[in-house]
Ligand binder design. Structure first.
Ligand SMILES: [Zn+2]
Length: 446
């Protein structure tokens, strides 16, 4: 007699998450209802109707999340994790005043490995609590941030600083590059840590250095992440000095390519748009930081219509002041409509893609993360949508994008491992962290 499916031996796996909805963020943007995500080790086995999942698999752990939406872990495509210690330190100032009179002097005076350890740990706590499982980071002492990310199971793309001026971390261009490549070597076997080049911006790093970065990046097949066209002032100063816009220079030297991710791109003229779309250069949009520093408005609808991959980032907590990607998601969707003058610009589904798969693509990690599909890494979060703020619920993706509060995030997994349960961080001593943060506050406010 042929074996029926219910008689067949169940396959042992590690985890089954039974959720009311699962947003796969696959090419068809499938939202599964009453479905189960099967996870074995660090990998997604597949998404199945709940009954079928229970018949096929015997899971070591089952999570029944009857009122929850399960989504891919959010990807924060631009930030400076350790700058959480500057949260609220210098507010209500334009970019250049904020940078030159407050942030850079404070960094010169205080930033060391201990600062980065505490600041990056605070960022890790905030990011995990708000559903982020992967972040891009550009800051001094990237080896310290790498260790923090590795410890807490956060994936990261460390864009190590490439500068020509002396800081506490490095004295010369060569030292920046040597130290950055050392981190790459130290973490070459880590599933969590990737390293790329992080020349700060065209207005702080010379064309010669950028050419060197490009050569090295091509040699070791690494990405390049930089601030580009954040403010109109920086573009005009560059045009005055060099006779061309910064992005045009990046294109001229061959840096504009799928290897490059441009953070901000608030100011995009027709030639910029053409360069971005024809070269496959990525954009990491940071709407809250751009609004706070009054830097400008990135034309997201135009970028999307031109086929540019637009990811989403928070930037550092000094200019946001949150690292909350759900908050960023809402701001991004609303701002895109306002800027385009079209209510259909950046709809809810596109906004969720921006915060997940587009971010993964910008970081060169889309083969592994950014969607919930068989074979990908099991990075995901669950949010409880049975809250008054989400009633009545017609469309879970719309509620996530336009209503969601990250305080309703209940579970976060990265690489199949539970990092947040019942809204509480696992393996994180927040009391100790608060004390360390307060010690730094006392130092910085002097
Ligand atoms: Zn930035």
């Amino acid at each position: 007699m042929p074996q029926t499916q219910s008689d067949a031996p169940k396959k042992p796996i590690d985890v089954l998450v039974h959720a009311r909805w699962i947003a796969a963020v696959d090419p068809a943007n499938t939202v599964h209802e009453n479905a189960s995500l099967a996870i074995d080790g660090n990998t997604i086995v597949g998404i199945y109707p709940q009954q079928e999942a229970r018949q096929r698999f015997s899971a070591e752990k089952n999570f029944t999340l009857d009122t929850h939406l399960l989504c891919p872990g959010l990807v924060n495509a631009h930030g400076h994790a350790a700058m959480t210690l500057f949260r609220g330190f210098a507010d209500d100032l334009p970019l250049m005043t904020w940078l030159t009179e407050h942030i850079w002097p404070a960094e010169t005076a205080h930033v060391d490995a201990g600062f980065v350890e505490v600041g990056a740990s605070l960022a890790a706590a905030e990011m995990l609590r708000s559903g982020t499982t992967c972040f891009s980071d550009m800051y001094f002492y990237p080896g310290v941030t790498a260790a923090v990310a590795h410890r807490h199971g956060l994936r990261t793309q460390l864009a190590f600083p490439v500068l020509e001026l002396e800081t506490a971390w490095a004295k010369s261009l060569q030292e920046y590059i040597d130290k950055g490549l050392q981190v790459l070597d130290d973490y070459k076997h880590s599933a969590y840590v990737d390293v790329c080049f992080g020349p700060h911006a065209p207005y702080t790093v010379s064309r010669e250095t950028l050419l060197k970065v490009l050569t090295l990046a091509e040699e070791i097949d690494a990405g390049v992440h930089m601030h580009v066209h954040e403010s109109e002032q920086e573009i005009q100063a560059f045009v005055h000095e060099h006779g061309q816009r910064p992005l045009a220079m990046l294109h001229e030297i061959g840096l504009a390519s799928p290897r490059l991710c441009c953070a901000h791109m608030c100011h995009v003229d027709d030639t910029d748009l053409e360069i971005l779309s024809t070269t496959g250069t990525h954009v990491a949009h940071c709407p809250r930081a751009n609004l706070k520093l009054a830097s400008g408005f990135s034309p997201i609808q135009k970028l999307l219509q031109a086929g540019v991959n637009v990811a989403l980032g928070t930037d550092g907590a000094a200019s946001n002041n949150r690292l909350d990607m759900l908050n960023e998601l809402t701001t991004s969707a609303l701002l895109a409509k306002g800027v385009a003058g079209e209510a259909h610009a950046l709809n809810a589904v596109q906004a969720l893609r921006q915060a997940t798969i587009n971010g993964a693509r910008a970081l060169g990690k889309d083969a592994d993360i950014g969607s919930l599909e068989a074979g990908k890494q099991a990075d995901c979060f669950a949010i409880d949508l049975d809250q008054p703020e989400y009633w009545p619920l017609y469309d879970p993706i719309a509620q996530l994008v336009y209503c969601a509060n990250s305080q309703h995030i209940s579970h976060v997994w990265s690489a199949g491992e539970l990092r947040l349960e019942g809204g509480r961080l696992l393996n994180f001593n927040l009391t100790e962290l608060r004390n360390q943060v307060n010690q730094w506050r006392n130092v910085l406010r002097q």
